[in-house]
Design a protein around this ligand. Structure first.
Ligand code: FEO
Length: 395
């Protein structure tokens, strides 16, 4: 794919990773692939904003070469140290060894620990400026969005925000802009990205958006480091981030369970029946058959979490235990929930799920439901009623 011009003399020189399916180890299933977005600005000085993941160095360099000989690059802005954005820095610096690199102090330290060579690096802070000639870059530190070194860059004259990971999506497409793709898919991937990467840092997200609003800058385009560029409606993703960061939810329940022999599954389905009969939106996931990345995305706008597990060795089954620990790390707020599960000779799972839900900050609005072996008709009715009761706490 060729280079794409965002605005006059500002180019996307990134790459599309169509086939990546696991990101951040195994923690994020990228079923639609991703892109690594790098941008080139031509002015009296030539600036490159971020690079791409290491295996794609040559492809990025070929794209840059179509626009300008790489040795003409004067400045490289590193908004973030993680290898999917810095991995090609060593290769590009071989071609423009006199280029000065800009980033936060933590970025400088991280780059050295990644690549073990010294470069001409200038540490920058919020509101520091880099004059390119007619155009000016302003830097905005953005620690923990999503790493300590993270930074945004803003191209003043063209009103483009380069926020690196923030506002991105793991979404490989031949299109580059928001007005060229299916909006439902775009927002699905943007929300999945927020839920799995930025949710724990929601307080900082809100502060950063407020800080940018206080700067009174116009943003006519948001060019993140993954996925689609927001040019038609940059406010759409800013509004979505504000809502997600405020932990705003809708009347929706997510039920996640793990079952040994099917009894807990019967309970789960009866609970869901009760919820559906109350007219509340619900999603049901068997954790052993589902993609955690998708489940977490569904939990982002859901008010209610219902978690179930059979009891095994007096405790929760291991797959759902891992999931609950992951969920705890995402720090969801303003949620309600309850626990359920089947047991054989002694219980334990339901109580332990409740303990983890409490530690996660989820309010338990009704007592957990434990049933010995398979639920009979009366017990199935109990499960159904639990679903009804829980759904009724929404209205
Ligand atoms: Fe896309 Fe934090 O790297």
């Amino acid at each position: 794919m060729s280079v794409v011009e965002l605005k006059d003399k500002i180019y996307w020189v990134g790459v599309i990773d169509w086939n990546i399916r696991n990101f951040h180890g195994q923690t994020y299933k990228t079923k639609r692939g991703t892109t690594y977005n790098s941008y080139l600005i031509l002015d009296e000085k030539v600036a490159l904003i971020d690079t791409v993941y290491t295996p794609f160095s040559e492809e990025m360099i070929q794209k840059i070469t179509k626009i300008v000989p790489p040795e003409k690059i004067d400045y490289i802005v590193m908004n973030h140290v993680e290898v999917d954005h810095s991995g090609s820095l060593p290769e590009i610096l071989k071609l423009c060894p006199k280029a000065k690199v800009f980033g936060t102090l933590k970025c400088k330290e991280g780059l050295y620990k990644n690549y073990y060579f010294n470069m001409d690096f200038q540490v920058v802070k919020t509101l520091d400026k880099l004059n390119l000639g007619r155009k000016t870059l302003t830097f905005i530190e953005a620690p923990m969005l999503h790493w300590p070194d993270s930074m945004f860059s803003y191209l003043v004259e063209d009103e483009i925000l380069f926020p690196n990971d923030a506002f991105g999506q793991h979404y490989a497409t031949s299109q580059r802009f928001d007005d060229e793709v299916d909006q439902a898919v775009l927002m699905e991937e943007a929300s999945k990205y927020y839920a799995n990467i930025l949710w724990p840092f929601s307080g900082l997200v809100l502060k950063k958006i407020q800080e940018i609003q206080n700067m009174k800058i116009n943003i006519s385009m948001i060019a993140p480091s993954h996925g689609i560029i927001w040019r038609k409606e940059p406010q759409k993703i800013l509004n979505a981030y504000t809502s997600w960061a405020k932990n705003e939810t809708k009347q929706k329940i997510v039920v996640v369970y793990e079952t040994m022999w099917g009894a807990t599954e019967i309970m789960a389905k009866k609970i869901v029946e009760g919820i559906i009969d109350c007219g509340i939106e619900v999603k049901l996931f068997d954790i052993t058959k589902s993609d955690v990345t998708d489940i977490v995305k569904e939990m982002l706008d859901a008010k209610g979490y219902v978690i179930g597990s059979s009891t095994h060795d007096n405790d929760i089954l291991p797959t759902i235990t891992g999931f609950l620990e992951f969920l705890k790390g995402l720090k969801p707020k303003n949620r309600i929930g309850f626990a359920f599960g089947s047991y054989g000779w002694s219980g334990g799972a339901t109580k332990n799920i409740e303990n983890i839900l409490k530690e996660t900050g989820i309010e338990l609005v009704q007592q957990g439901l434990s049933i010995k072996f398979f639920p009979d008709e009366t017990e199935q009715k109990l499960c159904y009623d639990s679903g009804v009761n829980f759904a009724k706490s929404f209205v």
